[in-house]
Design a binder for this molecule. Structure first.
Ligand SMILES: [Zn+2]
Length: 184
């Protein structure tokens, strides 16, 4: 079964200090900004069983104008739904390769160690019994897919501006410009 076949979809990701997280309402299909990575990860972790709607955002309803438009002014990446919420004591980092081809995911521990594979996670958990409540299944190296027609180089070559063909995907946007700021 394809997640979000009915229009309620997966969150999206691209990470940089300028990253913007956005999710699509399952009812009106408008894009809403999600203010923090933590909140986004929370929404993403239960996206299938608990689809997101505008009412979940404080003071917002489906009547309100869209927070952000899905277009090629920024790079968009589509995240997978139901990625486990990052366990306390870890941070999940996504890095976009310089050629925009794909993301790499890793976790940083509270001591600053980088873990880049499930095997490294398993080793770390074994060596650190204080994380006994955490299991390898709480980690995921599934990375979001970069939306090709929002990659800048393609826009240069092919005039791919303003094509919102994947309107129904929930996403996180990478925001290199100053528009599309996070909302308070
Ligand atoms: Zn809505």
């Amino acid at each position: 079964m394809k997640p979000g076949g009915g229009g309620k979809e997966t969150p999206k990701t691209l990470e940089k200090p300028s990253t913007v997280y956005t999710v699509q309402c399952g009812e009106c299909f408008k894009w809403r900004l999600i203010p923090t990575k933590e909140e986004f990860e929370d929404i993403r972790s239960k996206f299938i069983e608990d689809p997101w709607v505008c009412d979940n955002k404080y003071g917002v309803s489906c009547e309100d104008p869209e927070d952000i438009e899905y277009d090629s002014s920024k790079i968009w990446a589509i995240d997978k739904p139901n990625i486990p919420k990052t366990p306390v004591g870890f941070e999940r980092i996504l890095v976009l390769r310089k050629d925009f081809s794909k993301f790499d995911a890793y976790y940083i521990t509270s001591t600053g160690k980088r873990l880049r594979a499930i095997t490294e996670i398993a080793k770390f958990l074994e060596a650190n019994p204080e994380y006994s409540g955490v299991s390898v299944s709480d980690f995921s190296f599934t990375v979001p897919k970069v939306v090709e027609n929002t990659i800048p180089r393609i826009v240069d070559g092919k005039n791919g501006a303003s094509r919102g063909k994947k309107k129904k995907k929930s996403m996180i946007k990478d925001d290199d410009n100053d528009d599309g700021e996070l909302v308070d």
